[in-house]
Ligand binder design. Structure first.
Ligand SMILES: [Zn+2]
Length: 511
């Protein structure tokens, strides 16, 4: 069960950032909480091999006025945006890079600006997505070309296909617009779905445009339900080899699991969108992204896939945890090792608990992650890796983060005779003990280091770069790593002690 993990991260994605080089240290603005996005894409042969693509962006906001925005579709693959009641300005900037999607501001065309009395201002374009007008303007209009999306950009940016599209305000309105009142003028038969509920006039009041995702198109099917008091909406487009109800059931089961894990009820509505990809994803079968309270799953309905439903269930175990971590946490800083690495591990545990995978699959996945880990040098602490991850090819935030979560889980289970697990710490994280705006690294390290062993553990594997050697660490827990073959194998040791049996049983081992 080989695991390939890669990620990219973009922060403060202004147009001045060269397309293939990001600054060494992103600017942090304390005034706003970061927006974190996660995309998770998988190739499934017959096993549970994972390809994870991640992106994060921190977006600052400025200005308080609500901008009224009308979005229409004047021609195939193109939208027109008319924005008014803007704060008076002479320059506007559109996001040009978003995770792996680069040059996206080039899609903005026919930019016009209007003065207070409606006069057409002279506008100059100084660079991709950068416009200046000769006078203060409070109204602007422009078109955005959304056809021909690059497969690598999916699902990170807005796109439009013949009968459907994803519209993300983050790349459709100028940077700095904080609050939007949006309306849509769509072709006959099209509808719009979003985590934002429209008012009686069909307007969408969006407090955080960078998090807003709108699915537009024909024949959108929707299922709404309450899951233990949380609103879950599932939107489908296209035809799939699983029933809508089966996907709803899968999402419901995962949502209940994560409510139990965190003890935290998500406020507002969470939406999961299943949408046919507008372009071939090449060797990938799907890609997904969790933005704010919206999970977008783009899949190729024609892909030759076994066990479609099983794959959807696994995908949801990862993406839906991001609705809580980090999206429902208001923590600052780069603690990506936790909200990605630990999420990978916790999603794997959840897949095992929900019987989506078995214990053998659990061990095989971890062995594959270990192979990925040792294939790259481990030269920095996880905290450093989290800060630099987007500027290097490293994937240690994922692979080492996941292995550290595994080892921490083993340690606390062993120390407690199987009564305490990593899962217990999620509940503590959401129980109000961590203040809004706290530093994520400090808060989570303090949480995990609540015992002397935990202090030593976090110092070694998170704050400094102690290498992980599973072949040396696992025998104490009744597990063995066999690295003699082409890929490593993780097996239960023979001659287990009673303590080891107890620990492994708590993990799901049943022999
Ligand atoms: Zn993720």
């Amino acid at each position: 069960m080989p695991v390939t993990i890669g990620c990219v991260r973009v922060r403060g994605p202004r147009n001045c950032i060269p397309v293939n080089k990001f600054p060494a240290k992103a600017q942090r603005r304390k005034a706003s909480f970061p927006l974190r996005l996660c995309a998770f894409a998988r190739n499934f042969p017959k096993t549970l091999g994972l390809l994870v693509v991640f992106m994060c962006t921190f977006v600052s906001t400025q200005g308080k006025a609500t901008t009224r925005v009308k979005i229409s579709i004047p021609a195939a693959g193109q939208i027109k945006v008319e924005a008014e009641k803007l704060s008076p300005a002479r320059s506007w900037s559109f996001r040009n890079a978003y995770a792996g999607a680069l040059g996206i501001a080039e899609r903005v065309e026919e930019f016009r600006a209007f003065g207070d009395s409606g006069q057409d201002a002279l506008v100059k374009k100084s660079a991709a997505g950068e416009y200046q007008s000769e006078l203060d303007a409070t109204r602007i209009s422009y078109t955005v070309q959304l056809a021909n999306s690059r497969p690598t950009d999916i699902p990170h940016v807005s796109w439009l296909a013949e009968d459907r599209g994803l519209l993300m305000l983050a790349d459709l309105v100028p940077v700095g617009v904080q609050s939007v009142s949006a309306e849509f003028e769509l072709p006959a038969g099209w509808t719009v779905e979003s985590s934002v509920t429209p008012d009686t006039n069909g307007r969408y009041e969006v407090g955080m445009p960078d998090k807003a995702v709108f699915l537009v198109g024909r024949s959108l099917r929707k299922a709404s339900k309450s899951v233990s008091g949380m609103m879950l909406e599932t939107v489908f487009n296209g035809t799939w080899r699983f029933k809508d109800e089966e996907a709803v059931d899968a999402a419901t089961a995962v949502m209940e699991k994560y409510l139990a894990l965190t003890g935290f009820k998500l406020p507002g509505k969470s939406v999961i969108m299943f949408v046919p990809t507008p372009v071939s994803l090449g060797t990938s079968i799907w890609k997904a992204e969790t933005r704010g309270s919206t999970v977008v799953v783009l899949m190729d309905p024609a892909a030759r896939v076994e066990r479609w439903l099983g794959q959807v269930r696994v995908l949801l175990t990862h993406e839906m945890l991001h609705l809580w971590v980090p999206n429902a946490l208001k923590l600052e800083g780069d603690y990506d090792w936790f909200f990605e690495g630990f999420t990978l591990y916790t999603a794997l545990r959840t897949a095992l608990d929900l019987k989506i995978i078995d214990f053998k699959g659990y061990l095989t996945t971890l062995a594959g992650v270990y192979d990925a880990y040792i294939s790259h040098p481990d030269t920095r602490s996880l905290i450093d890796e989290s800060e630099r991850r987007w500027s290097s090819e490293g994937s240690q935030v994922y692979v080492k983060g996941m292995l550290v979560a595994f080892l921490y889980d083993l340690m606390v289970r062993k120390d407690s005779g199987g009564r305490t697990t990593l899962a217990n710490y999620y509940r503590e994280l959401f129980s109000g003990g961590v203040a809004d705006g706290a530093d994520g690294n400090e808060a989570i390290i303090r949480l995990l280091g609540s015992s002397p062993a935990g202090v030593e553990f976090t110092k070694s594997y998170i704050e400094t770069n102690k290498e992980i050697r599973l072949e040396q660490l696992l025998p104490a827990y009744g597990l063995q790593l066999d690295a003699s073959g082409k890929s490593s194998q993780l097996r239960v040791s023979s001659g287990l002690s009673e303590d080891q049996k107890q620990l492994l049983r708590s993990l799901g081992y049943r022999n």
